[in-house]
Design a protein. Sequence first.
Length: 132
Amino acid sequence: MPIEHLNPKDMHSNPAFSQGIILPPGARTLLIGGQNAVDENGQIVGKGDIGAQSVKAVDNLIKVLEAAGGDLDHLVRVAIYIVGDEDLRPGFGAWMERWGKRTKPPVVTGIRVHGLANPDYLIEIEAMAILP
């Protein structure tokens, strides 16, 4: 049974997210912990720049997906934690650049928080994917 994306006709439609998703029974599920702008050496990329941090966080998310045999097409849920009053538009641009023209986006929740695990983190992204 395939994944079913729900976007009711009388609701706002956006290429960046779905309104709901029904998962098939027995789906192989990948939970991806909060990804931020940390490189392979543990260094923060883009201190003070939410756009640069978003690029790195999304790239890290993609690496986890690929390690599990998946890709962005397999995402069903994304939660984005944004610090304080940071402008999400540069981060959204990074996401859409990588998302491209795909037509079945995950459900997405954006959450403003006071802070993250490291005071230099401006964004963190966690996700859930259903793998083949």
